[in-house]
Design a protein around this ligand. Structure first.
Ligand code: PMV
Length: 308
């Protein structure tokens, strides 16, 4: 009846510091997608979510405990549907869970867009982003909003919390290797630890956030100039600050080192850290070699992708 998809995402620069008002640059990962399909259901069933990837089935009565039921409820309200339509929404996703690739926000965005589409409405990226954000805040405290933004706009974005996002086009495509530590790491825990660290030693954390902010500003210039070597060095600097904030881990550090040794221009964790994924910037010619080296260095998965 109606189907909609949303991409995964990576954070190129600025995770964690973005929660404290510094800029971040994020980009969609179009090769990973969450797809929601709305089909007519049985009369009287209301909205039912089929979530086979996590072996769950939910109704809107589960909204207090199931984030995707929550976002469906918010969407019906935004659509002005007082009465639940009898729709079955089934969600499939190729985005690994809890690994910093935006699985939760993409699933929510796909559900919002599919429900809207079934009701004959097309939300703007800003509307889509706001609905996903609202549902995320109910479960994840105070996310910066970078995930829902890049996923809803489907374009690289320059993001500062509380400001309108600036989608932009890259001057040239970037070849990235994305590798998974295989360690599931909920973002909320890393974000909570940074919060506790910042409260205990605000001066140190503010200095690291500032250092990240400067890296992100410089990265924007390097992206505009297509200077990939400079961009790689900036990724390394960003990673050093993330290490200082203690959101990296031995496995992420080992993968970043292996990527650099295999000829990548630079490497860093992407997302909440403590596990999940890292990214390495490489030339198109060297990328497969970097991916192979990452697998040898212990990555559970690695793939090459192009950011445009
Ligand atoms: O959702 P993740 O794991 O890709 O990370 C989100 C980025 C953080 O800066 C760590 C948190 C946030 O709300 O921006």
């Amino acid at each position: 009846m109606f189907q909609a998809s949303a991409p995964g995402k990576i954070i190129l620069f600025g995770e964690h510091a973005v929660v404290y008002g510094r800029p971040a640059i994020a980009a969609p990962l179009h090769r990973l997608q969450a797809t929601a399909q709305v089909m007519p259901g049985r009369p009287g069933q209301g909205v039912v979510l089929e979530l086979p990837d996590i072996g769950q089935r939910a109704t809107l009565a589960d909204a207090a405990s199931q984030p995707l039921a929550q976002v469906a409820l918010l969407t019906l309200a935004a659509l002005g549907l007082d009465q639940q339509p009898d729709w079955t929404v089934s969600l499939r996703s190729t985005i690994p869970l809890a690994s910093g690739l935006g699985s939760g926000a993409a699933a929510a965005a796909a559900i919002v867009a599919a429900l809207a589409g079934a009701a004959g409405v097309t939300f703007s990226p800003a509307q889509l982003s706001a609905l996903v954000y609202e549902s995320e805040t109910r479960f994840h405290g105070t996310p910066s909003g970078v995930d829902n933004t890049v996923i809803a706009y489907r374009q690289p974005v320059w993001f500062v919390r509380g400001q309108p996002p600036q989608p932009f086009a890259l001057s040239r495509p970037l070849t990235l290797v994305v590798a998974d530590t295989g360690i599931a790491s909920p973002t909320s825990m890393a974000v909570g630890d940074v919060r506790r660290g910042w409260l205990a030693d605000p001066a140190a954390y503010e200095a690291w956030f500032d250092a990240v902010g400067q890296v992100v500003q410089a990265a924007r210039r390097a992206i505009e100039e297509g200077d990939v070597a400079a961009l790689g060095r900036l990724m390394d600097r960003n990673q050093a600050s993330l290490q200082a904030m203690q959101v990296s881990c031995a496995e992420l550090d080992a993968l970043c080192l292996a990527a650099r040794q295999a000829g990548a221009w630079g490497a860093k964790l992407s997302g909440g850290g403590r596990g999940g994924n890292m990214i390495a910037l490489a030339s198109p010619e060297q990328a497969e070699q970097v991916a192979t080296r990452l697998l040898h260095a212990g990555a559970a998965h690695a793939f090459v992708t192009e950011i445009r």
